[in-house]
Design a protein around this ligand. Structure first.
Ligand code: AFP
Length: 311
């Protein structure tokens, strides 16, 4: 029998109860909960996805699917009336947008639908959120107080951290996010790797690193979706995702503010690491909202090893 409503009197821990028990401060609890609810609306939008291009391009010059625009609108509109968010920045918008009175406690960064080019393949895609207290530009680690991602796959799952470890929830049939795994901790070393970019474009040090992993028998797991690929490392408790500097673009492809820093926050909370090959992703200053960075993220042994190949 499903977790009917009366089961909640037992030890079913839903998202709100988990955050309360973890001592997450009330406004942050309510904001994380509201964002998790938006995940349900985005999932509904994916199900009625019309894949016609919106005819517009985002700041990176990429065609915006109408789905990208729609999910960004949904997220922005919900946060606008949350009472907790004063500014919103998203991969789909050209600049940081004021959405509150200016007195609200938080700034939210969003990649509302990461991996949207996979929608027509029915592969898993996701939403990535960073929650900051101070300015999101020109600062590093000290601005983020929480991060979460939602994976739209066979199940809708959500991973969050408010600096209290990394915790996974599954959306059940009653529309509640019920705790699946609490305080996930990655092993020192894993057995899978996700190598982004084209081999012919890799810088020499990266090429040697990947060849080493292949020789060591690591299994290649790469879906083209950052969210499910990172989620796989956390659920399998180890391994590494890389999107390196490329011969023609030293800064790689993935966005520092919208994709890398929220995921780095969560992976570090799970005992993993995230660097650009030299420095921690969370210590990098974001000068411009569309800054990109090479990334090595996952269990400590592999991320540390990558550093040795790249110096
Ligand atoms: P889209 O949002 O355009 O599908 O890009 C997804 C992404 O930003 C990230 O989710 C993937 O890890 C990465 O790009 C895949 O890039 P490649 O297609 O170059 O492998």
């Amino acid at each position: 029998m499903g977790e009917g409503i009366n089961d909640y009197t037992k030890n079913i821990v839903d998202l709100r109860r988990h955050m309360w028990m973890a001592g997450v401060e009330v406004e942050l609890r309510r904001l994380i909960w509201q964002i998790a609810v938006v995940g349900k609306y985005i999932s509904a939008k994916i199900h009625e996805a019309n894949r016609k291009l919106a005819g517009s391009k985002n700041i990176y010059g990429e065609d915006q699917l109408s789905l990208d625009r729609a999910t960004d609108e949904i997220m922005k509109n919900q946060l606008q009336y949350s009472g907790f968010v004063r500014e919103y920045a998203s991969e789909e918008l050209r600049e940081i947008t004021k959405i509150g009175s200016g007195k609200e406690k938080y700034i939210v960064t969003a990649d509302p639908l990461d991996g949207s080019s996979l929608v027509d393949t029915n592969l898993a895609i996701g939403t990535i959120i960073g929650i900051h207290k101070e300015s999101i530009l020109d600062t590093g680690r000290n601005t983020m107080v929480a991060a979460l991602y939602i994976t739209y796959g066979p199940l809708i799952t959500m991973m969050y951290s408010a600096g209290n470890g990394a915790h996974e929830f599954v959306l059940n049939r009653e529309g509640e996010y019920v705790m699946a795994q609490d305080n996930i901790k990655m092993k020192e070393k894993g057995s899978i790797f996700s190598p982004g970019g084209l081999r012919r474009d890799w810088v020499p040090g990266h090429q040697k690193f990947i060849e080493h992993l292949e020789k060591e028998g690591y299994k290649l797991r790469y879906s083209g979706g950052f969210v499910p690929d990172i989620n796989q490392l956390l659920i399998k408790r180890g391994g590494i995702f890389t999107y390196p500097a490329l011969q023609k673009s030293q800064r790689g492809k993935l966005r520092l503010l919208f994709e890398l820093q929220p995921m780095a926050f969560i992976v570090e909370q799970a005992g993993g690491m995230a660097t650009n090959g030299k420095e921690d992703i969370l210590s990098l200053k974001v000068e411009n909202i569309n800054d990109c960075s090479p990334v090595y993220i996952g269990s400590r042994a592999e991320v540390e090893l990558a550093k040795q190949f790249l110096t």
